[in-house]
Design a protein around this ligand. Structure first.
Ligand code: ADP
Ligand code: TRP
Length: 324
């Protein structure tokens, strides 16, 4: 029998999680836990490339843990851990750094984007994809569920793994990105990609009233109520589609095309779907928040599983380069 696929993804605790994170990465990653041996981690080493406030990092890492558990991550199926609890990853980063060509990193869009947004050009920010490669290769992951913006980093990981295998002998499995086309890019309030750094997000578990206001602020064109509208170019419909059943989507699309439908009404319908979906998760999150020991135990057990996998890989890599 073929061995179970290994699946790994991570998320930076660098801000409050939003609908883009949920549909682009959290939900697909959580669904994949049914299909193999899953690993999911809080990328706190990565967050340090942009966040230099210890108190805030602690708070955000705790929030991300609660968010994932509330959204259905099952710790019996998925090893859920903090990246910094698996120090093997940083040692592996070095063994990968020594064969990673500068040019590979220089081509990374995400580094250039971050500089353009005003982040300081540190060595950590530049070598970020090597740390990400170590996350993935340490557990010999086959599949990496991510949003489209992370695809290049998974390709860099494959490239690094191939070079290492070629130079030192076969150690690493080559991972593949898993990107859901239907949700690859969730638009934000302004129609650009929803992102913490653009200030255009709809938060998953923010205060209810503020979140409702965010939904009501999604930009639309200025067509009047009577006019015929195009669901395919509408940001509100793009969000509605993520939560609606196929029949609801078809009905709503038909109403756009018939005219007589106002954007306010679609936003209200979107909000109702959001509440139906997220209210039970919000309740679960509140219960988890009241039980910090449970969350700490989950993360400790997850780290133990991840460390066992990472140790095995690291020993093989150390042997391959001649460090044993
Ligand atoms: P942000 O842009 O808000 O800082 P991150 O870069 O931390 O988000 O992304 C975390 C994960 O969520 C990644 O896998 C990313 O691809 C996914 N993701 C983030 N925003 C979106 C979006 N608007 N649409 C789809 N996926 C997204
Ligand atoms: N770089 C990813 C992001 O910003 C987070 C991440 C770190 C990650 N290591 C990873 C994602 C390994 C997948 C696999 O979203």
């Amino acid at each position: 029998m073929a061995s179970k696929k290994r699946i790994l993804s991570g998320i930076q605790p660098s801000g409050q999680l939003h609908l883009g994170n949920y549909f682009g990465m959290m939900k697909p990653a959580i669904e994949l836990q049914e299909q193999g041996e899953a690993f999911l981690f809080i990328a706190d080493y990565h967050a340090l490339t942009s966040l230099h406030d210890a108190g805030r990092l602690r708070q955000l890492a705790r929030d991300v843990a609660l968010d994932f558990l509330a959204c259905g991550l099952d710790p019996a199926k998925t090893a859920f851990y903090r990246q910094s609890d698996v120090p093997e990853v940083t040692e592996l980063t070095w063994l990968l750094s020594i064969i990673c060509p500068m040019g590979l990193l220089e081509r990374c869009h995400s580094y250039k984007d971050k500089l353009a947004k005003g982040l300081a050009a540190s060595h950590g920010l530049f070598s970020y994809p090597v740390l990400m490669a170590a996350d993935i290769l340490a557990v010999q992951s086959d599949w990496v569920p991510v949003g489209r913006d992370q695809k290049q980093h998974v390709e860099v990981t494959r490239d690094i793994a191939q070079r290492f295998n070629h130079t030192f002998g076969d150690v690493f499995r080559l991972p593949e990105p898993v990107i859901r086309d239907d949700v690859a890019l969730v638009p934000g309030l302004d129609g650009q990609k929803m992102s913490k750094s653009y200030g255009n997000t709809i938060e998953l578990f923010g205060p209810l009233k503020a979140t409702r206001q965010q939904v009501m602020r999604v930009v639309t064109d200025s067509k009047s109520l009577e006019e015929v509208k195009d669901p395919e170019t509408c940001n509100v419909f793009a969000l509605y589609r993520l939560l609606a059943s196929p029949t609801q989507q078809a009905d709503m699309a038909a109403r756009y095309r018939a005219g007589g439908l106002g954007y306010g009404e679609v936003k209200k319908a979107l909000w109702e779907l959001m509440e139906a979906h997220f209210a039970p998760l919000r309740a679960r999150r509140a219960a988890l928040e009241a039980d910090p020991d449970y969350v700490a135990d989950v993360l400790a057990a997850g780290a133990q599983r991840a460390r066992a996998a990472a140790r095995e890989t690291l020993d093989r890599a150390r042997h391959a380069v001649g460090l044993d």
